[in-house]
Design a protein around this ligand. Structure first.
Ligand SMILES: [Fe+2]
Ligand SMILES: [Fe+2]
Length: 205
């Protein structure tokens, strides 16, 4: 039997999820600004890309709160404060938070929503948990590259790097200090396979 929305735990969990997603979005946006100040444009774009997805998650949860329209919903929850300019700490904290959402918070919310008869909310919690897992993996990947000094270095001398400013592709174990085409700094280069839309740019006509 379905619990009434106004008396449900799901109503509170949706508001907690909405608040959490808004904050994730803002944290990643700020991390993007920090990366930009340190001329790490690839990381800046990665944080922005993820921030935009958190914004979409917030919208999904917001829409599910429609039944509670017109009410204030009181919540109590812990939210992380990682105030730092250190890129390594930002990447590691982001990975930790995504892991918590993916492995604990959203699976719990999904189970409670299913128990209370809110199938759409349960399914959105589950699917967004999977997305958070992909975010966790992304932050871990860049966290490890950064930690090991491999953000701009590869063991593969045939590695392709793409300039995010002009699209120039450079092959070698390191991207150039400066793009030979547009003069963008090394921070604009990422591994070619990490860039969106590049898997189709050699398809013959
Ligand atoms: Fe999210
Ligand atoms: Fe996320």
């Amino acid at each position: 039997m379905q619990t009434s929305f106004s008396e449900s735990q799901t109503r509170i969990n949706l508001m907690r999820a909405f608040a959490g997603e808004c904050q994730s979005r803002q944290r990643y946006y700020q991390a993007a600004l920090t990366a930009q100040q340190q001329k790490l444009v690839g990381l800046e774009r990665m944080f922005r890309f993820t921030a935009e997805q958190e914004e979409r998650h917030a919208i999904v949860f917001w829409k599910l709160l429609k039944e509670g329209t017109g009410q204030d919903i009181d919540i109590s929850a812990g939210f992380p404060a990682e105030v730092t300019e250190e890129i390594q700490k930002l990447l590691d904290a982001s990975e930790r938070e995504e892991k918590k959402e993916f492995s604990v918070v959203y699976p719990d919310f999904a189970r409670i929503a299913a128990d209370e008869g809110f199938t759409e909310a349960a399914s959105k919690f589950r699917m967004i948990a999977d997305i958070e897992n992909s975010h966790r993996a992304r932050f871990r990947y860049y966290g490890e590259l950064y930690r090991s000094g491999m953000l701009f270095r590869s063991n593969d001398t045939e590695q392709c790097w793409i300039c995010l400013n002009c699209g120039h592709i450079h092959k070698g174990s390191e991207p150039p200090q400066e793009c030979p085409v547009c003069r963008a700094e090394q921070g604009y280069f990422i591994r070619r396979e990490e860039a969106a839309f590049t898997s189709c740019d050699t398809v013959s006509a």
